[in-house]
Design a protein around this ligand. Sequence first.
Ligand code: ATP
Ligand code: MG
Length: 763
Amino acid sequence: MSAPDPSRATAPVRTPSSGAAAQQPVDFIRQKVLDDNRSGRHGGRVMTRFPPEPNGYPHIGHAKSICLNFGLAAEFGGVCNLRFDDTNPLTEDMEYVAAIKEAVRWLGFDWAEREYYASDYFEQLYAWAEQLILQGDAYVCFLSEDAFRERRGTVQGPGSASPYRDVPPEENLALLRRMKAGDYDDGHCVLRAKIDMASPNMKMRDPPMYRIKKASHYRRGDAWCIYPMYDYAHGLSDAIEGVTHSLCTLEFENNRELYDWYVNKVGFERPPEQTEFARLNVTHVIVSKRYLRRLVEEGRVDGWDDPRMPTLAGLRRRGVPPEAIRAFVERVGVARTNSMVEYSLLEHSVRDTLHTLAPRRLVVEQPLLVQIEGNSGPRTLDAPDFPAELNQPGSRALAVSDALYIEASDYDADPPKGWKRLAPGRVARLRHAGLVRCLGEITDEQGKLTAIRCERVEDGPEAKGAGTLHWVDAATAIDVELRLYDQLFAVEQPGVERDLLEDLQPDSKRVVVGKAEASLAAPAAGARFQFERLGFFAVDPDSAPGRPVFNRIVALKDGFVKAAPKAARPEPAKPSPAPAAPVAPEPPAVVAAMEALGVSASVARVLVAQPARRAWVEAAVAAGAGAAEAANLAVGELGRVPAERLPISPAEAAEGLQAVAEGRLPRGLLRQAIVEISEQHANGVEGPGLGATLARLGAEAAAAPSLQEAVEAVLAAHPAEAARLAAGDDKLVGFFLGQLKRQTGGKADASEARRLLTAPRPA
Ligand code: ATP
Ligand code: MG
């Protein structure tokens, strides 16, 4: 990847200091930081970290985490560390480390000297493991993988203790040292935390801390043959660095209890705290490194930086400006509800940013020659780079002669009704270059159209309603390669209905050779333009002198949505969770009163800042909901929906929350229903309401085993395939999804199932 840094030519990153925090929309995470600063919980410090695993190139989903972690630290005058979570020797690589660093910098963020690696903490982590053993908090377990799984129990029932659970600490210490010395083979035993085999949280049922992997680590070589598990390494790495706010995605919600357990057992007095936010999912886009890796490894794309890839390297090469990605992430906002963002919202941000950045140029994709009669002779125009209403400086020289190219699709011998472009006898305007009337066609011996004849006409009544066409002077035109990209995937959720590769769009890359105005002969590397009426384009690094190559960044109109019509589709609204107003110096009494009802101060402050949301909560409480529960629902699950248009009535919410409080309704089901309704709402669909959605989901849940159980069952039924999957063979994901589909009668949520199947498994 050799594209120069296009951000140099663009607006600088906003890096407000602590005082500017109030200008950001107050989402629940920013609110928590404000509260912690007020209470002095972390001594007023703010330290975040972006913790990628270097096993692939970062993608648009990571951009959300990068912008959140670095952005938040900057807003509050804190710092953000770049920490590589490199605890798995089999999948990690320096190439990915470099790609991640490049992407973070390109997005406009800086970790200064704070570039850290979990693998640098292996000695410290190991010392703590010995400490935990001596405290009676960990033990070496020799159960086979199957026995381990069997004894973990189920979501409904407790697990049972490992026979190794009560071995005395001294013996365990000797065993751990033997593990470390390489006395045992891979998978022979694991070090486990000794917590609670009956915990309702499966993560707390004596989870593994260390496993044996006799593999070279890309940084530590062969120094280690035992490697810490994510849960053990992650929180403690945060604690070592002094991180205050450890932000991660919602799938780690159940890991939080374990995170806290480790940092407390090791003895940190003011440990970091984990807060979860929703992952970014975008329609038609895969945000998972392992699937992106598969596209690269199987040659379905031209590498990690293929402009069709949702990697930051791909988006950059395509020409997407980093500020458009930051704007997109800001528009999406931070909330606790996983949902799907329309791809068109990203495109909207890109167009919005490029509108004022990209100078206009004339290029024809599919040239049709125009002979202008009457010999007006060649001349040179001074054409402005931007439309007048933008009031921006810049112009270039544009040659015009009597032979021009126009777009073949701008001429029709037999035009339909309402045609405003060229046709025999019709007048059209040439951008910057006056009006012409079409006199007729020129054809070859076979009768094939080779050119059209035109004459110049003066501006006047005839010009009324004439369309404006782009064109290029034939005498001075240069050939340019145009790479026209479409969605990589043909469906909204690739890989859900069938194997990912079957969802690939057949013609996602089209290459044409067009004609361009001479000023484009030697564009600066990475430069971006608007080719009038065609789209925004960027110079690709494959360009050669005299033969530039351009990537289409985005078409001018939302052609994509036109092709796949949805319900009424307004301009993408800003679905941020809160108005951009600063948190008012709120009446502390109101917050205190809410706190007295059990509402957390952070949530209370969001409600004070958003009267409509607060009114909704008050109505739900009046209808019988608990104050804290209603408030959490309004700010959490419904946090992304504008306060004025919450899709669930307070009475409905109260009923649902009461059912949860009385144990009649699992909380997860309520959340699932709300997510579904919010998503329908975001897509302009009038859903059946909370009661009906709950009834349907409840019936489905009762009829089916939990997804987790179903996953465990299909894995247990196919041990050989399960082992290959565990070893990282992604081709088996499709196999297991098929099995699951059969077992659950097609009801399994495929993306969740995929996550469960590919989640790291014990031992
Ligand atoms: P992938 O599934 O693509 O491998 P990951 O979560 O395993 O993603 P990491 O390298 O572990 O990738 O991620 C680094 C950070 O980025 C984590 O804090 C993770 O929560 C966050 N992150 C990853 N994907 C997304 C996403 N789609 N939206 C928001 N944050 C994300
Ligand atoms: Mg990960």
